[in-house]
Design a protein. Structure first.
Length: 318
């Protein structure tokens, strides 16, 4: 295999997004590999990252490939609405990767080439309503269907939204902390904060809580720049708009945003109550007055079967 496809940690091609930067840290990559493939690697030096040749699939992309334990993991983070053609995308990516790592003379030799077994994973965030897990196949796109297609590629989609509750998050603390970091930023977007403010607040909250601490300390202000690269303006508008429509109460952008903020506050208060937080600490975290938090907490406690929407409908001025 070509030597120049094994990267060192300074390779900026692997750091075009916060996802790629986060999992290009060997210890995070090792932890993810162990969790996905039921391995027990303890030394991150066994993880080798691959750098494909420049191509259209790299621009602004979160794609990352690395090997370990006889496997090649090809991973990326995507939004749920972009998944239909993901097996086609991965097939092209894998083909370009093979072009990058194999010498022509190796292919022409009589000796059989040994290749790591490719595994394709897509992590979805920003969607609480989607399935925990889904399998996507290249053959789904074929006009003519066969029982055993001559060429197949399987992509496993995993929903890493914390509220989706996928068991992988508990098996892989590094992935769980990444998911919490991105969810914190997206919650700020839902609450109406501008992109830069949402990113800054989310990173500050996670740093105070010790979430993704090593990554945030290592990258410093660059971490925020990476997040902004990954969450393009178009994606941010799409996320914000879709979440507001999901609240189902919009009669105008201004009214919908206010209702969305109230519902989000109820969701956060409920989560913190379940973890045993008192109203004073919750109020400090949410930058909300204590009487407001106490009022919502009392409604939740007195009506344990209420949904968040029912709590919202019950609210009266404090």
């Amino acid at each position: 295999m070509k030597e120049n496809v094994i990267r060192d940690d300074s390779n900026s091609n692997l750091k075009s997004s916060v996802f790629a930067a986060y999992f290009s840290e060997p210890r995070n990559g090792m932890e993810l590999l162990n969790a996905l493939e039921s391995l027990t690697y303890a030394d991150p030096s066994g993880i080798h990252y691959l750098t494909p040749e420049e191509g259209w699939f790299q621009a602004g992309n979160s794609e990352l490939a690395f090997t370990g334990g006889g496997r090649m993991l090809v991973i990326s983070e995507e939004q749920p609405g972009w998944l239909n053609n993901m097996p086609v995308h991965k097939a092209i990516y894998y083909g370009r990767m093979m072009e990058s790592i194999l010498e022509l003379k190796e292919i022409c030799e009589k000796k059989r080439i040994r290749l790591p077994c490719p595994k394709f994973y897509v992590f979805c965030s920003g969607s609480e309503d989607g399935p925990q897990e889904e399998t996507l196949r290249l053959s789904d796109a074929y006009e003519y269907k066969e029982t055993e297609p001559a060429l197949e590629l399987v992509v496993k989609m995993i929903n890493i939204n914390p509220d989706a509750g996928h068991p992988l998050l508990e098996k892989c603390p590094a992935l769980k902390e990444y998911a919490i970091l991105m969810e914190s930023i997206r919650m700020n977007l839902k609450m109406g904060y501008a992109m830069k403010a949402a990113v800054s607040r989310g990173i500050d909250d996670c740093r105070r809580s010790g979430i993704a601490k090593n990554f945030l300390d290592h990258y410093g202000s660059r971490a925020g720049q990476l997040v902004l690269t990954q969450l393009s303006i178009e994606a941010a508008i799409s996320i914000h708009g879709n979440e507001e429509r999901a609240f189902g109460r919009i009669e105008g952008m201004k009214e919908g945003r206010v209702i969305g903020q109230e519902l989000l506050r109820i969701i956060l208060i409920r989560k913190k109550m379940e973890k045993g937080w008192n109203p004073e600490d919750i109020a400090e975290l949410l930058e909300t007055e204590v009487p407001v938090v106490s009022h919502i907490s009392k409604i939740i406690q007195n009506n344990p079967d209420f949904t968040d929407e029912q709590v919202l409908n019950t609210l009266e001025p404090v």
